[in-house]
Design a binder for this molecule. Structure first.
Ligand code: HPA
Length: 278
């Protein structure tokens, strides 16, 4: 386990992934932030030793190292999902690697369905808290204590300072930014009407099929996280229309410019702890 992580990390360091400060995981239909990057090195997932291999064809499946607005970043273009058949270990493996490379912050985006009736398709929600409905944990394995504390605290899983900054940036740029609770399901099927009703009752504002495993592991490794959901459809149980995956991807790409503004400005403004205070 640790040996695999060391091997992956060394491989990337040899290819120029030199002490990234920020890790970024880009969700479905949200890969264009990469175009703003001054790319220093990039590797396809399937060339990286011990890395899970990309499957779903709309993920290009690359790990990219470069500079964005003066900061060194490592970007996952496309992530791994439980619904593709990967294990929790696989899905969160890149977060463990990014930590070893040196990241001090993790930024995550995803596409999600709106549950809160006040939230609209095309808007962005900053995640303030989550509900894990994936039926498992990325920390439930023998030997986890060698990689961090087993009973990881989740009382504040998302970095409050980043949330404050994102709200400030949204205001300055006239972007409607919602704040709420993200529920993660396995998928890949979408929700039934009864499930949307249930999600609303339990306090979810949005639902998606990713992010929570990575956030749990980032908390396990003490990496502060900022995560945003692009709301690609509305799960209204009283008027549910069939969901079209192409429409979800289209809506994600339409909202993507706003997401890019939020992430770029956040990257400019976040203060990273120096190794001395870490
Ligand atoms: N449900 C689950 N995952 C999703 C949805 C949804 O409505 N929209 C985008 N990802």
């Amino acid at each position: 386990m640790i040996k695999a992580l060391e091997e992956t990390t060394e491989y990337l360091q040899e290819r120029g992934f030199d002490k990234p400060e920020i890790g970024i995981i880009l969700g479905t239909g949200l890969g264009k932030l990469v175009d703003k990057l001054e790319v220093i090195s990039e590797v396809s997932y399937n060339h990286i030793p011990s890395f899970p291999t990309a499957t779903v064809e709309f993920h290009r499946g690359k790990l990219i190292f470069g500079k964005l607005d003066g900061k060194k970043v490592v970007v996952m273009q496309g992530r791994f999902h439980i619904y593709e058949g990967y294990s929790f270990w696989d899905v969160t493996y890149p977060v463990r690697v990014m930590k070893r490379l040196g990241i001090k912050k993790l930024l995550i985006s995803n596409a999600a369905g709106a549950i809160n009736p006040e939230f609209n398709k095309g808007e962005i929600m900053v995640i303030d808290d989550h509900i894990n409905l994936q039926g498992g944990s990325p920390l439930a394995f023998r030997g986890v204590e060698h990689l961090g504390t087993r009973f990881t605290d989740m009382s504040a899983p998302y970095d409050q300072e980043s949330i404050r900054l994102l709200e400030e940036i949204a205001k300055e740029n006239n972007i409607t930014l919602r704040k709420g609770v993200y529920a993660s399901v396995v998928g890949p099927q979408l929700e039934t009407r009864a499930e949307y009703r249930y999600l609303k009752i339990i306090g979810a504002d949005a639902v998606g099929m990713s992010t929570v495993p990575e956030v749990i592991v980032a908390n396990h490794l003490n990496i502060p996280i900022a995560a945003v959901s692009v709301l690609t459809d509305e799960g209204n149980p009283d008027d549910l229309k069939p969901v079209d995956i192409d429409d979800i991807i289209k809506t994600a790409s339409e909202a993507e410019p706003d997401m890019i503004v939020l992430f770029r400005e956040l990257i400019k403004r976040i203060k990273l702890k120096t190794p001395a205070d870490a």
